[in-house]
Write a protein that binds this ligand. Structure first.
Ligand code: ADP
Length: 565
């Protein structure tokens, strides 16, 4: 993250006062294990003439590698008005004191370049500039403190060392390196070093692991010299703009919040939304990391919250699956139980209804026989007529229950025959005429000749029977019911129109529902099951037809059945 940030934004500019000079392998491939003392002395004298602000040297210039005479030559070239900082690169030097020859002519401090070999990326990338190593202030912090006049503050501690996170000023090459050899040549380039900070080092082609580093920009050996990394680190300290890292407690808090949020939401949301949330939270972490870096200079530790979010997701998902499985199992059990109950109910209904059918028919038959064949006094005749009417009602009721049972168990079979629909309507009208005349209702039929239609006679008789019976039931006395039939646009249309109580607009859809009875009608005491129209619609739709209802409260209703020709 931090590396891609540097590659994407070049957040700061190079510091023009920093100038790098290296004893490099050069075109002639001059590889020297150490900087020759006399060449260094000559270089220093040359640079001194240009009056730089300070000189830094990164080299293992000590009494182990150089003779006392060499060191003397070097020290003698120092101009006391220009401060010299000597950074040693060998860790062994930490425990030793500065060579005596240096006296107080220069600052001798560790100049080791950090490489993340076991912290952070553990990828040998240079991300930090050391400020203190084992409590010893480094070359970088001494030089930076001198240049800025105070000690830098954006410093982090790790064990006995202190460091700052380098804010890279650009990709490799941001600080060009001038060859010391060409400066020492008879025709040296004019570098204008006045007031600048000259850092002298070594770039040996045969020592890439020592003289080169990996940076967030490049992990190609030799792309960035250690000398240049030193410049970036030094400038970070001088500007005191090292990246800041949040305290551990803040990272822990963020990690806990992200973990709990992910766990909770993944448990509550649907699986697809859970995945979307996880992706969103990872994206949000990423984006907030960039914003914090760009505008606050904060290097947030996002790996922990991100890993926690992913871990929480993978822990919760199986847990949730388990719960869901249990819930589904429960539902399955319930639905199996409901199915058994349904089967039981339907068996019971059909048994009872079938068993009732025969005795009712027998009672009805006998009552009719008695009425026809015996001379009865008017009272007995009236009772018998009532018995006949009631048994008719009962058998109708049983038939309705049986039909519903067939509908619900999906066992309604239609046996279409090519018949004259008008004849069936006429039959129904005749059957219901007695019932109508009881309320002094006139049944009028307007039947136009029709093409023969294929339909199930029993079911259609139940359809029209129901509609006519409803018309009679829900009409006051002395009214008319008109049953008409006609053909129109490939359909046979049959209408049953009454001058009854009508149906309220809000009930128009509901009356076709199972067991629905409108409040007002139920209160009038007119008996019914609320199944008639449900079956009417079902049977008509079995014939691929439709039922329409037009009605106005207090004026009457008109049910229109359409059947395809
Ligand atoms: P039931 O007549 O047994 O109550 P239906 O399903 O046949 O059941 O009818 C449902 C409801 O529709 C009735 O309760 C009644 O309120 C209303 N309804 C049906 N037909 C008519 C009609 N012709 N006039 C007025 N209301 C009707």
């Amino acid at each position: 993250m931090i590396d891609s940030y540097f590659r994407t934004f070049r957040s700061t500019q190079a510091d023009p006062q920093i100038r790098l000079v290296a004893f490099d392998s050069g075109a002639a491939f001059r590889v020297q294990p150490l900087i020759p003392a006399d060449a260094l002395a000559r270089l220093l004298r040359k640079i001194n003439k240009e009056k730089p602000r300070a000189i830094g040297i990164l080299a293992d210039l000590n009494d182990q590698n150089y003779s006392a005479a060499d060191l003397k030559t070097f020290v003698s070239s120092i101009d006391s008005s220009i401060p010299v900082f000597l950074g040693y690169l060998n860790e062994m030097e930490l425990s030793r004191s500065a060579p005596e020859a240096f006296g107080d002519r220069l600052v001798y401090a560790p100049g080791l370049i950090s490489r993340d070999s076991f912290n952070y990326g553990a990828d040998s990338v240079t991300r930090r500039v050391m400020v203190q190593i084992d409590h010893v202030p480094t070359f970088y912090s001494r030089l930076a403190t001198f240049l800025r006049g105070s000690t830098p503050e954006s410093i982090d501690t790790l064990g006995t060392s202190r460091h700052a996170y380098i804010r890279w000023q650009g990709p490799p090459g941001t600080y060009p390196i001038h060859s010391a050899w060409s400066l020492l040549s008879p025709a040296p380039p004019d570098l204008h070093l006045e007031n600048s900070v000259v850092i002298i080092g070594q770039v040996r082609r045969n020592q890439p692991t020592r003289d080169a580093v990996f940076t967030p920009y490049s992990r190609r050996i030799g792309d960035t010299t250690a000398l240049e990394a030193a410049a970036h680190g030094l400038v970070t300290l001088v500007r005191d703009d090292g990246l800041r890292r949040p305290p551990t407690w803040a990272v822990v808090l963020l990690t806990v919040i992200v973990g709990l949020l992910t766990a909770n939401l993944v448990a509550l949301l649907t699986p697809m939304r859970g995945v979307a949330f996880l992706v969103a939270i990872l994206a949000a972490l990423w984006i907030s990391g960039w914003i914090a870096l760009k505008w606050g200079g904060w290097w947030l530790d996002l790996a922990h919250p991100a890993i926690t979010a992913i871990a929480a997701y993978y822990i919760i998902v199986p847990f949730r699956l388990g719960l869901e499985y249990r819930r589904r199992w429960h539902f399955q059990q319930m639905s199996e139980m409901m199915e058994q109950l349904e089967a039981l109910k339907s068996n019971f209904l059909s048994l009872v209804s079938h068993d009732l059918k025969t005795p009712i028919a027998r009672i009805q038959g006998n009552a009719e026989l008695l009425m026809r064949e015996t001379l009865l006094d008017p009272k007995a005749a009236k009772s018998l007529a009532q018995i006949v009417a009631t048994t008719e009602h009962m058998s109708d009721y049983v038939e309705t229950i049986l039909d519903l049972n067939r509908v619900e168990s999906g066992k309604v079979q239609i046996h279409p025959e090519s018949r004259d629909l008008n004849a069936t309507i006429q039959e129904v009208a005749e059957e219901k005429s007695a019932q109508a005349s009881e309320k002094a209702i006139t049944l009028i039929t307007h039947l136009e000749p029709l093409f023969s239609v294929r339909y199930d006679v029993r079911l259609m008789k139940r359809v029209f029977g129901n509609l006519v019976e409803n018309a009679i039931k829900y009409s006051p006395e002395n009214t008319e019911i008109t049953i008409s039939s006609r053909e129109e646009g490939g359909y046979v249309l049959i209408e049953v129109k009454d001058q009854g109580f009508g149906i309220a607009p809000e009930d128009k859809e509901k009356v076709f529902g199972k067991f629905y009875r409108s409040e007002a009608m139920a209160q009038t005491g007119i008996k019914g099951t609320g199944l008639g129209l449900f079956l009417v619609k079902y049977f008509v739709e079995l014939h691929k037809g439709g039922v329409r209802l037009e009605s106005e409260l207090g004026k009457g209703s008109c049910f229109q059945v359409s059947l395809p020709v």
